[in-house]
Design a protein around this ligand. Sequence first.
Ligand code: CIR
Length: 265
Amino acid sequence: MSDRSYRFSHAITRKPSASIVAGLRAVDTGAPDLQLMLAHHAAYVATLRDTGATVIELEPLEAYPDSVFVEDTALCLPKGAVVMRPGAPSRLGEAAEMAPHLEALYGEVRRISGTDSFIEGGDILMTESEILVGRSARTNAVGIAELARLTADWGEVVREVHTPPGVLHFKTDCSLLDAETILSTVRLSSSGCFKGYRLIDVAEGEEAAANTIRFNDLVLMPAGFPRTRDRLLAAGYTVREIGNSECAKLDGGMSCLSLRFTPKA
Ligand code: CIR
């Protein structure tokens, strides 16, 4: 067992820019407050660093309102990184902005390049044995097939699954807690896509708590979901709650804010 899916030496984050107020959102519940988002973001980065990891904090990108959500731009694997092709037109250019940072760390960086291929990191859940990719409004079958082709010689197995209708990304509704265990909403796990894994359900009415990250010894989860937090504590996880009110206005959560990896030279 490699623990590749939750033990990492590095993370990349990007500070939110003032243009964040123009970020994409499914439902408009008001503009995010930049100062509060910066404070939450700083707490998130500090928590990643508390685990001993090196966190590379990139400068804000004003031209891309959603660029704080770096997860969507790439998939970092043990043998190399793959630059994504986001399905949101306003986010396409973010992937190219990330590529040089990955090239500085990884020996090999590949790219999703088909003009019909769309795929965002938020739809991808890497486990110990496979890569689950949810088809969604941002990720299509062509993009998933290209990812499978690009990573086959790295020994990766890609499995196409479905993101629930009306949910932004696959990982909006689930996260990996350890090599065997997945935290999920019932609306997602009832599809049967996690057969063979141990499942912990988020509490009913706390669906927004499903997007957590296991990062080394910690589980980072959004603050404000006490029943799901208590389930994680009861299962033995060490939990850190991070304010997420401003990212939540833009459908973002814990996983979206970082790329997590152990670079291979
Ligand atoms: C978007 O709609 O693309 C952003 N407002 C939120 C992206 C969240 N990313 C993620 O779940 N990986």
